[in-house]
Design a binder for this molecule. Structure first.
Ligand code: G3H
Ligand code: 13P
Ligand code: ZN
Length: 328
């Protein structure tokens, strides 16, 4: 059944778990997420970016998610729009039937230029007004996502601030977060705590303090009823990285956010955990390996099945690690 993000994350907060929000662009990702949710008895957040709508087309994406709800009617599914950059983008998603939208007013409509606090408050507040009138939840964002190690947003093809960010922009200010929530009425808030989008988050194996856990605690204490969202939460699995490079890829050395660090964040108020890169890596690695090992095959269903299995395994692991399992 379709469920709003507010309903789902209120339950998560009450029971102290987190929910991975997986990006979805195609059938294989959708099936992997749902099969994993079915196996682990987990509620689901699937999110579509502007890039996903461009790739699949809005009607196809909408029906892909609705088809999942039809096939697995007993699993609660939140249909979320990832990184909306303007009011019209959010309105279009509400019209399409999404149960939740993100208005990312931390960046301008180009998805690159950091905005003023006043702009962010104003545009987010207006989206909350229309979304709530339709029973749709809203996620806002305060602070600029960027790696605390490299100081860059690190997104190749989507959303991310340009250039190098200074330390204060990379960590959401707790006082400002409280003011932002009071003025906008958002249900969930994406905070900057040292992660960045994409596969190139950290150049060295992350030590235990890669996330600003203290900052999460401070923010959570100020806004206990607003669900915290962690973007850029892929772990960049080293086994898939090796397979990709072994079978003709060239990703090089790079590291993501350890799952244990995310679990620590969940203890302190993180409820929605955005993951895209890990599923991209698993499917690419599985397809590269399958094609290399089955050189006579030309049936796409065979390598897409391998990709779906690889993505499903990641989803199962995240549902278990974040405490989502058993809560559908
Ligand atoms: O926000 C970034 C997500 O990974 C979506 O990426 O815009 O390439 O679909 P995308
Ligand atoms: P990753 O690139 O770490 O998977 O983050 C995805 C994300 O934050 C989507 O909004
Ligand atoms: Zn994001």
């Amino acid at each position: 059944a379709l469920i709003s993000m507010r309903q789902l994350l209120d339950h998560a907060a009450e029971h102290g778990y987190g929910v991975p929000a997986f990006n979805v662009n195609n059938l294989e990702q959708m099936r992997a997420i749902m099969e994993a949710a079915e196996q682990t008895d987990s509620p689901v957040i699937v999110q579509a970016s502007a890039g996903a709508r461009k790739y699949a087309g809005a009607p196809f994406l909408r029906h892909l998610i609705l088809a999942a709800i039809e096939e697995w009617p007993h699993i609660p599914v939140c249909m979320h729009q990832d990184h909306g950059t303007s009011m019209p983008v959010c309105q279009r998603s509400i019209q399409l039937g999404f149960s939740s939208v993100m208005m990312d007013g931390s960046l301008g409509e180009d998805g690159k230029t950091p905005t003023s606090y006043e702009y962010n408050v104003d545009v987010t507040k207006r989206v909350v007004e229309i979304a709530h009138a339709c029973g749709v939840s809203v996620e806002g964002e305060l602070g600029c996502l960027g790696s605390l190690e490299t100081g860059t947003a690190g997104e190749e093809d989507g959303i991310g601030a340009e250039g190098t960010l200074d330390h204060s922009q990379l960590l959401t200010d707790p006082e400002e977060a409280a003011d932002f929530v009071k003025k906008t009425g958002v249900d969930a808030l994406a905070i900057a705590i040292g992660t960045s989008h994409g596969a190139y988050k950290f150049t060295r194996p992350p030590t235990g303090d890669i996330l600003a856990i203290e900052r999460i605690k401070e923010i959570h204490t100020r806004i206990p009823n607003t669900h915290l969202v962690m973007h850029g939460s892929s772990s960049v699995p080293q086994d898939w990285l090796k397979i990709i490079d072994e079978f003709g890829g060239d990703m090089g050395e790079t590291y993501g956010v350890p799952v244990e660090e995310i679990a620590e964040g969940i203890k302190h108020g993180v409820r929605k955990v955005n993951i895209d890169t890990d599923l991209r890596m698993a499917s690419t690695g599985a397809i590269r390996r399958h094609l290399a090992e089955n050189r006579k095959n030309f049936d796409p269903r065979k390598y897409f099945t391998a990709a779906t299995k690889a993505m499903k395994d990641i989803c199962v692991a995240r549902y278990e690690a974040f405490g989502t399992a058993g809560n559908a």
